[in-house]
Design a protein around this ligand. Structure first.
Ligand code: APR
Length: 340
């Protein structure tokens, strides 16, 4: 379609008035949205902790709230140039490789009026940049936060963060939820929801030891057990998988005994061990939700959130599958994958 036809259709359909001024410039009598950019900067520490760079807003709206660095696009710059400029002005960071990942255009996302934002992300070496940030311009403060202890975010920045994590961790390609028996999976590694003795038990632990045979038990005897939230690796013996990663999940009491963090650290430590052992495909059972009575919905949200975050800094892990033994478990994990 020619440009001319396109514009005529547009004018007819929308009933907009087009005027041509004396100097041949077009002006349109209809409101236009403003354009902003936002920068989501992840700093990955040497111990794989994920930090997020935030600025505290000096001005309304959301004055004093924490937000991603960003601002309005000037008339004489592209959105890329704008993102680089805003990052430098508000945080002093420069020479950062920004990647555009999504456009956010909810009608009510900015109380000042219709504002569409183009979001960028960067994943940087935390140790190299952590001390280089300094607030300026319309940022009151500029600070790194651990991803698990973020303050409330301004505008729709929670949503922007979620999307950035999904895009960077390539959730859609790398995380799957299936119903099945984990002992049948020929992945590089399967995870065992073990107890601290590592010497076997009931549930998935019993099933894995039965399928792997005596060799697994004998290797486990040499490991001196394992603390809750930690992980240890063994060979897979008679299992189709090459390795078993054993992790004792927390026993759920009332939720006031650090159960959430311990469960998250099970997933984190298993993935760290996987990465260190060049494991590319790994599957998990639903840790702690059987004999250890962790509420399934809460456990599924923690599991998916932790796996997504870990994958940001673990590009060598190609596939993570949650293997659910029954439909109820399957449904909770599927829901968590959509929600988190
Ligand atoms: N494949 C996949 N999932 C399984 C399998 C299997 N073959 N068998 C059981 N499950 C599921 C359960 O249905 C549950 O959803 O694994 C989940 C975890 O349940 P448990 O095995 O009871 O694990 P957990 O709650 O972490 O308790 C661990 O149980 O057997 C003992 O030694 C183990 O003391 C440890 C405790």
């Amino acid at each position: 379609m020619s440009v001319q036809t396109l514009s005529i259709n547009f004018i007819n359909e929308k009933n907009f008035t087009k005027q041509m001024s004396d100097n041949q410039e077009y002006t349109y009598k209809y409101p236009r949205a403003s354009l902003t950019v936002d920068c989501v900067i992840f700093g990955i520490s040497s111990n794989n902790a994920i930090n997020v760079l935030l600025v505290q807003r000096k001005n309304p709206p959301f004055q004093d709230c924490w937000a991603f660095c960003g601002g309005f696009v000037d008339m004489n710059e592209t959105t890329e140039q704008s993102a680089i400029r805003e990052l430098k002005e508000e945080t002093s960071l420069c020479n950062i490789n920004l990647t555009q990942f999504h456009c956010f255009s909810s009608l009510d996302r900015d109380p000042r009026g219709r504002t569409i934002t183009i979001a960028y992300y960067a994943v940087v070496d935390f140790e190299k940049v952590k001390d280089k940030v300094r607030a300026d311009d319309d940022a009151k403060q500029c600070q790194w936060f651990n991803i698990n202890s973020l303050p409330a975010l301004a505008f729709d920045h929670e949503q922007i963060l979620k999307k950035a994590i999904d895009v960077i961790s390539m959730t859609r390609d790398r995380i799957t939820i299936e119903k099945g028996d984990i002992t049948k999976y020929d992945y590089d590694a399967i995870v065992n929801a073990a107890n601290c003795s590592l010497l076997g038990g009931g549930g998935v632990d019993g099933a894995i030891h039965r399928a792997a045979g005596k060799g697994l038990y004998q290797e486990c005897l040499t490991l001196n057990g394992c603390q809750t939230g930690q992980a240890k690796i063994t060979k897979g013996y008679n299992l189709p998988s090459k390795y078993v990663i054993h992790t004792p999940g927390p026993i759920y009491r009332n939720g006031n005994n650090n159960e959430d963090e311990l469960l998250a650290s099970c997933y984190r430590n298993c993935l760290l061990l996987a990465e260190q052992n060049n494991i590319k495909t790994i599957c998990f059972p639903s840790i702690s939700t059987g004999v250890y009575h962790f509420p399934l919905q809460k456990a599924s949200l923690i599991a998916i959130k932790t796996i997504k975050q870990c994958l940001i800094s673990m590009p060598t892990i190609e596939k993570v599958t949650m293997v659910c033994f029954d439909d109820n478990t399957l449904n909770y994990y599927k829901q968590a994958l959509n929600e988190q």
